[in-house]
Design a binder for this molecule. Sequence first.
Ligand SMILES: *Cc1c(COP(=O)(O)O)cnc(C)c1O
Length: 236
Amino acid sequence: MPEDHAETASDLLGQRLARVAARLREAERRFGRPPGSVRLLPVSKTRPAADIARVARAGYHAFGESYLQEALDKQQQLAALGLEWHFIGPVQSNKTQAIARHFDWLHSVEREKIARRLSVQRPPELPPLNVCLQVNISGEASKSGCALDALPVLASRVRELPGLRLRGLMAIPAREADFERQRAAFRRLREARDALDADGFALDTLSMGMSADLEAAVAEGATIVRVGSDIFGARK
Ligand SMILES: *Cc1c(COP(=O)(O)O)cnc(C)c1O
């Protein structure tokens, strides 16, 4: 059967996607999570719009991006698909306006000042921007994320902002090969969420787990896993 190159490449993508989806369902089963309770967020940074369209055809409608200009370009190319866009990269002040205007979710709020700007800049005709607070659960090993002891104050402030809807917590732990150590890091994020909920927050999102550690994240209560390379292939 004749197949052009693009078709062959997109079959590979479909196979990798199916494999990740199967891993996720198996992790839900193994760790007693209800089937379908963990959402797979394909992370399409550095990948072309055609790859996103292929994954969208398989039934996924939300995508994670980390590089603003690249994401905006792809949003334009794919506007007809009505996709949901999640910004998961670091946010500097000069990016807040475009993020507030063009994204549905932001996983990486780590400072009150940025949160305030986003809230003011969120267009009133859009629903509030869904946000997660990025938490540093790896201490010295990580530069990004709010410190655990600063989290309650940040969460209280963000909760009051009308342009934002505080959904939960996100973390990118230091790389660990050992499953139990991966789990221990994700457990710290879950415990931070539990502590906030005990204080009256009703957080419904734990954004944690990537290609290399999604099983450990599911074991500790992830509700969104962000998977890039195991779906789209290794990034250059
Ligand atoms: C790139 C990225 C991912 C995906 O990482 P993979 O290891 O490719 O699955 C997840 N989360 C964030 C914040 C990222 O920047």
